[in-house]
Design a protein around this ligand. Structure first.
Ligand code: BDR
Ligand code: CA
Length: 328
């Protein structure tokens, strides 16, 4: 990988809810010398805002990432927060628990979105791997965000695919459906489409025992032990959930695709979120037949090269031993 200076590296803002797979996504970004993570925003989701913030501060500190970490909203726009300790562990990182360290940026998560979009006009790549609460709040502050960002990438939704939260809803959208609706609607009015990694794409990334062992061998990586303990818990959860001894690693695929353009193809689709359904609230509905008469607002990830991606992820994380990168 070329050793790029921070002025040529791709500026990335990650809005996340770490979260086991979010932790892998952060570690992946820190290993890339062609990426400069210029901000991290935390969204309450997998666990409470206090926990996701502590995890993001701890991980970025251990990873030597010199990026502001801003505390996002404590709860979704409309409904009370739901969390997923059974999936991600009591504090969000499975069997790993991080010490309190570092200080959050003085700005809110929404403000950091707005400030960074203005600081890097047309250059900032926004990636959301949690609920879309902060981005929706930022949009209310700065409706020009879809035009200010270079591109927005989101892990969320399930298009013509069963949910992983409700029968038809995926976690990140189900936590804050109103926020997701506002984001999809705003991008629908812009020329840029949201790059969306929904479950049918991210569930192709299914780690098995040999991958778990490879992560357990990341001994020289500053968060190797954290990732190994977190992944062990994730495997235990997936097994208890009837999915076998494995783990779906959703978020890193979306992040890697955002910074490399690889590991999946895309197809355009008009997507909206069901807000009022009595059985289907939080479902992402894709208008495959164009019945709404709306232009596509999403580029949906499809045809995932899961094997290639998992190898790339493990190689990238394992590459840490060669020394820190400017992605820090
Ligand atoms: C998404 O929900 C969370 O549990 C994961 O971190 C991922 O972002 C998958 O549905
Ligand atoms: Ca997540």
């Amino acid at each position: 990988m070329a050793n790029l200076t921070s002025s040529t590296a791709l500026p990335v803002l990650l809005d996340c809810d770490p979260g086991i797979d979010d932790a892998f996504a952060l570690a992946y970004l820190a290993c890339r010398d062609d990426v400069k993570t210029v901000g991290v925003v935390t969204t309450a989701g997998n666990v409470s805002q206090d926990d996701v913030l502590r995890n993001a501060l701890g991980l970025t500190e251990l990873l030597g990432m010199n990026a502001p970490v801003a505390r996002g909203a404590d709860a979704p726009l409309v409904e009370p927060l739901m969390t997923a300790e059974e999936t991600h562990g009591p504090h969000g990182l499975g069997h790993a628990v991080l010490e309190e360290c570092g200080r959050p940026d003085s700005r809110s998560g929404a403000q950091l979105w707005v400030d960074l979009a203005h600081q890097y006009p047309g250059r900032l790549v926004g990636i959301v791997t949690g609920p879309l609460t902060n981005l929706a709040l930022a949009l209310r502050e700065e409706p020009e965000l879809p035009r200010l960002l270079r591109r927005l990438h989101v892990m969320g939704g399930a298009i013509n695919h069963r949910g992983n939260t409700g029968p038809t809803s995926e976690w990140n959208i189900a936590v804050d459906p109103e926020a997701a609706h506002e984001v999809f609607e705003a991008w629908g009015k812009a020329s840029q489409r949201v790059v969306l990694g929904a479950l049918q794409a991210t569930e192709a990334v299914r780690l098995d025992e040999k991958h778990r062992q490879a992560v357990a061998q990341l001994k020289d990586h500053p968060v190797g032990a954290v990732l190994a303990d977190a992944l062990q818990f994730y495997f235990e959860f997936h097994q208890a959930d009837g999915l076998g001894w494995c783990a779906y690693l959703h978020d890193p695929l979306v992040v890697a695709n955002a910074v490399t353009g690889q590991f999946a193809k895309t197809r355009p689709l008009a997507v909206d979120v069901e807000l009022t359904g009595t059985l289907t609230r939080g479902q992402t509905v894709g208008d495959e037949l164009g019945r709404w008469g709306k232009e596509p607002n999403v580029d949906l990830l499809c045809d995932v090269d899961a094997e290639g991606f998992i190898e790339h992820l493990l190689t990238t994380l394992g590459g840490w031993v060669e020394g820190p990168s400017s992605g820090h």
